[in-house]
Design a protein around this ligand. Structure first.
Ligand code: PAF
Length: 278
């Protein structure tokens, strides 16, 4: 497996792979890789001849009081995990290479980036969209793999790819969970053993909301109340039911509409997000 540190070298390698007719799958990550990332790498390596995992803790998607400095950085373990699951390349650029002096451009994906996560984390999705576009320009992938755990992020990226005619197929893989139901996340490393047990209630809250829908109700407040009932131990940013396509929040969902339940909640100093589609 090859490790590449500069944008220029990554572009040259990707161009060469394309000339050899290789199909390139990419998995953009911020490192601290876990089984969720492993499932993306495995999916890519089954569908492509080359699989590039990018590892870059992107400063522009963190707010001024967020965890950029303390975000876990586990490069050697990440490289080993990527290789074990079939990656052919790791792309790990520096912040200076990604954002050289004079850098000015930002991609804004409109309404989708201003609601829910975007409302609580202003500028977050501008940072995500811009870096993902830049990573695509470096890795020149045919397919890009993202986890459903960051549901709103997947919608933002799909919107950007469609709106800007980016020739990349975006593939969303199911959330990987621990036995307790807790969604795998790099930020789970911040949790104490006790908090980790409590954190599984987020999954129970999603299941409680889902049960209301499965019992026949499509009234948004009923679904949301069921979720809030399981979240007493958390400082809840939001626990909402929305349309899976556009994240709109009607009073009542129509029978044929796919619903997504989304939660963001704090436990101590750790902010966790999760979702499920119905
Ligand atoms: O999901 C992540 O890890 C990040 O938001 C991403 C897509 C790698 C962009 O920095």
């Amino acid at each position: 497996m090859q490790i590449i540190h500069s944008v220029q070298a990554m572009q040259a390698t990707a161009s060469m792979l394309r000339e050899q007719s290789a199909s390139i799958g990419c998995i953009p990550t911020m490192g601290a890789l876990h089984d969720g990332h492993a499932s993306l790498i495995t999916a890519s390596s089954q569908e492509n001849t080359a699989t590039v995992v990018s590892i870059f803790v992107n400063p522009t998607q963190f707010g001024p009081h967020e965890d950029y400095q303390r975000y876990p950085r586990t490069f050697d373990a990440d490289v080993a995990l990527a290789e074990r699951h079939g990656a052919t390349h790791v792309f790990a650029p520096s912040a200076d290479d990604m954002y050289p002096k004079g850098f000015e451009t930002t991609i804004n994906v409109g309404r989708l980036s201003t609601i829910l996560e975007g409302e609580r984390r202003p500028g977050h999705f501008d940072g995500v969209a811009t870096v993902v576009a830049k990573l695509f320009q470096a890795m020149l992938p045919h397919r890009a793999y993202f986890g459903q755990k960051d549901f709103q992020q997947t919608l933002v990226i799909k919107r950007m790819v469609a709106d800007l005619n980016i020739p990349v197929q975006v593939k969303i893989q199911p959330t990987v969970r621990e036995a307790s139901g807790l969604a795998m996340s790099s930020r789970n490393r911040y949790l104490s053993a006790e908090e980790r047990t409590i954190a599984a209630s987020i999954y129970q809250a999603l299941e409680a909301g889902k049960a209301i829908v499965e019992r026949g109700s499509r009234v948004r407040t009923e679904i949301e109340q069921a979720m809030h009932g399981q979240l007493a131990d958390f400082d809840v940013d939001y626990a909402v039911a929305a349309t899976a396509e556009a994240l709109s929040t009607p009073e009542q969902f129509s029978p044929d509409e796919q619903i997504v339940l989304l939660i963001a909640a704090r436990l101590g100093t750790t902010r966790l997000i999760d979702n499920t589609t119905i």
